[in-house]
Ligand binder design. Structure first.
Ligand code: MG
Length: 163
């Protein structure tokens, strides 16, 4: 068993859809990024890659590569799952926290959990998505952007051969 940690941040931008946890949330702004800027899934991907010591999403999906322009981060999460499987690992559980002053995230968490569950091929009860405001402090509190933290555990496919 191994654990991994991921962190990501994206600024808000006008005229962008707000995509979080693989779903579109109605809001007057979205997050700016080369892909769909899904800050929550990016933190999850870095946690998974970190647990497997496979680098980070910037290594695997460079933001200079036009193939990843506006790409759905759910597709990238699915590719990260494949990379872990090729390295002999599977995600055991994922726990993450989204920092967002607004909008209210709670109503969308079940749909996000379903998306992540499908992308990772694990049961919904192994995925925990939480959200908090930043109590109006800092860049999150001023509604300049959002941040996300994720931790996960991964296990060796077919038993703990390397433990
Ligand atoms: Mg990112």
């Amino acid at each position: 068993m191994r654990i991994g940690f991921g962190y990501d941040v994206h600024p808000f931008a006008e005229g962008r859809p707000l995509i979080l946890g693989g779903i579109q949330i109605p809001w007057d702004r979205g997050l700016l990024g080369h892909s769909d800027a899904d800050v929550l899934l990016h933190a999850m991907m870095d946690a998974l890659l970190g647990a497997a010591a496979l680098g980070d999403i910037g290594t695997h999906f460079p933001d200079t590569d036009p193939r990843y322009k506006n790409i759905s981060s759910l597709r990238l999460l699915r590719q990260v799952r494949d990379k872990l499987e090729q390295a002999g690992f599977a995600c055991h559980n994922m726990d993450c926290t989204l920092l967002a002053e607004a909008p209210k995230i709670k109503p969308y968490i079940p749909a996000m959990t379903g998306c992540v569950s499908q992308a990772l091929g694990i049961e919904e009860n192994r995925i925990s998505i939480k959200a908090t405001t930043n109590e109006k402090m800092g860049f999150v509190g001023r509604e300049e952007g959002m941040a996300a933290y994720a931790v996960c555990s991964i296990s060796t496919l077919g038993g703990d051969k390397d433990e």
